[in-house]
Design a protein around this ligand. Sequence first.
Ligand SMILES: [Zn+2]
Ligand SMILES: [Zn+2]
Length: 785
Amino acid sequence: EAAAAAAASAGFRLTAVRREPAVRLQHGASGLEPLAWSEDHRVSVSTARSIAVLEQLSDVHSGGQDMVIHRTAVPAPAAACMLKVGPKKEVAECKEKFASSVDPTVSQSFMLDRVFNPEGKSLPPMRGFKYSSWSPLGCDANGRCLLAALTMDNRLSIHANLNRLQWVQLVDLTELYGERLLEASFRLCKGDAPCGELGDFPEFQRRHSMQAPVRMEWSGICTTQQVKHNNECRDVGSVLLAVLFENGNIAVWQFQLPFLGKESITSCNTIESGIGSPSVLSWWEYEHNNRKMSGLIVGSAYGPVKIIPVNLKAVKGYFTLRQPVVLWQEMDQLPVHSIKCIPLYHPYQKCSCSLVVAARGPYVFWCLLLISKAGLNVHNSHVTGLHSLPIVSMTADKQNGTVYTCSSDGKVRQLIPIFTDVALKFEHQLIKLSEVFGCVRTHGIAVSPCGAYLAVITTEGMANGLHPVNKNYQVQFVTLKTFEEAAAQLLESSVQNLFRQVDLTDLVRWKILKDKHIPQFLQEALDKKIESCGSTYFWRFKLFLLRILYQSMQKAPSEVTWKPSHEDAKILISDSPGMGSTEDDQEEGTSKQASRQSLGDTGKGVDIDDTAEDSLHQSSDTGGREPMVEKLLEIQAQIEAVEMHLTREHMKRVLGEVYLHTWITENTSIPTRGVCDFLMSDDAYDDRTARVLIGHILKKMNKQTFPEHCSLCKEILPFTDRKQAVCSNGHIWLRCFLTYQSCQSLVYRRCLLHDSIARHPTPEDPEWIKRLLQGPCTFCDSPVF
Ligand SMILES: [Zn+2]
Ligand SMILES: [Zn+2]
């Protein structure tokens, strides 16, 4: 808070406040831009042994004020990666020959090159990660983000975390690309001249540099047309991964979604950019009159920045440039370190535009691209006076184009684009991290998806003019928005999804836990929204606020005298099976996070957490807290009412699907009659649309009831409760909250916050039920898996 006050007094609009916890890393950060924040709220940190992944959860089950972080890790492979440059025996012979060459220009360049010698021998090992990149949301089997990881020794692989605990490698692209090159005899097109002998040192170098990745970036999700067996066309989601190689070539991999592994690869095309010493790339994606233009922006260590056309016929509505566009031409030896491309709307030119920013030394190069009737307009300039040292990291808030840069001396600059008549200019202000964290050195920054937080990798700075003895790497967080700004953004949200705005909801959560009440203005604004538009998003937002308020009223854990320790038992079970891949994993879960593991565990599907009820009993036992108990009961009743509203709204949706997709006498497998009766059972519930819909459905069903049966005793399962079904012999089954079917198996899926359960889809399910089962949690919007 002191830091906030200091910043405010200095006249800054931005108030950066420290947010606990600081997360300690077991190994030093490594590579370029070591920090990245995914759209599904996971922060990846490249380190010398693994990629540490910190997942931010908007927890509704604990009253702790700290940010809730669940930790996992992608371990670095144990074996060194050898690029495929020819038949094994021939390669070994050539290496032998180069190493013992009498020509020192050959032997020394060979011996000292780490691409040729990943194992090192006398040199230190090349372990750890060079770079990582998150795919957009919706790419893995659970609809979440994939992680592309590049090791120091050039292995590029794609990973997914499907069970909340362990990361699995889905594909090794370096190996696949090497195989392709080997098959094509290291020629890109058939027409190319035959290549030289592997025994020639330049050829040996060429074959390495054409497949040693420099960086990789994911495109947005696009649609491709797939021809089915019956010649019908079907739209399939796909995503592209562009991989920039040392020689300037770019491989564009196309993957079908969801990405499952090798079988999801649809194509791989190689583009020659012709850029010498390429250092970084980024997708250029521009939408203009419903036409999507794409290309790849490539930067060079010599200075130039260019957009390269990418021709992809299979992608629907995909257009590219006719020829490369030069954004910066000078070979001024200012290396391009990082490039971001942000789609914005130009308020004066009244059209969409893209803002390209690139870090070059201590400067930010920017370029504004607009397509008008006259063609492509390019405006560019440099922002100077930002840092006295080179920029080590740059990150951008894609929602509004705010850019953050950082140099190693703990100084962060916030750059806000301000549109002018034709182009734009930047206003910038300094964020001194030393005022928040004390004297630190900074190694990387990343802004959260909705711009609420900045994550920073820090180590100790100079103390009393002396360099620190040890370097402790930490990931620390500062707020970039106030609670009021976060609340306003959530209220005016265009995405209307709480999960996609976890960073904003976390700021709101923090405020309510501190103040123990929901601020008046937010409550009023939300009630107004609910009244005026009735979108379920605002109801879910209300539910979230009530759940946090409930937690804030609970006693602090230290006040609880004794509690059955089943929570602890769960930690042991959940911790041991999944995480055991490296020593990092074991160490990385600190006790603070370990207590959160109960949230992240998947082992026990059956018990629905009802910690709320437990603590309620406790407080009534202690006596003398009657008003608090009353208050808690009141909030719980409100929570119940909002949950009931959301359930009814979803039931209406499910019934609508049943009505659209079933024949008159068909058993839908969804307990249609039960859902209808449940909706009509409360006299106080008067919803015209529901009544009309139910009337139509009952007419269609024509007195048939299609009841569900208990699989253990064959008795009828009545529909009396939205959460569970109990047969007359007392067998209890939980209900799937997406379809309201009873889940008569022992494996369920749960949402990230564990407030509901859902069944797994089966091959017999019709498409429309499968679609229902793909939906997010109806209470918290988080994915279900
Ligand atoms: Zn039964
Ligand atoms: Zn949920």
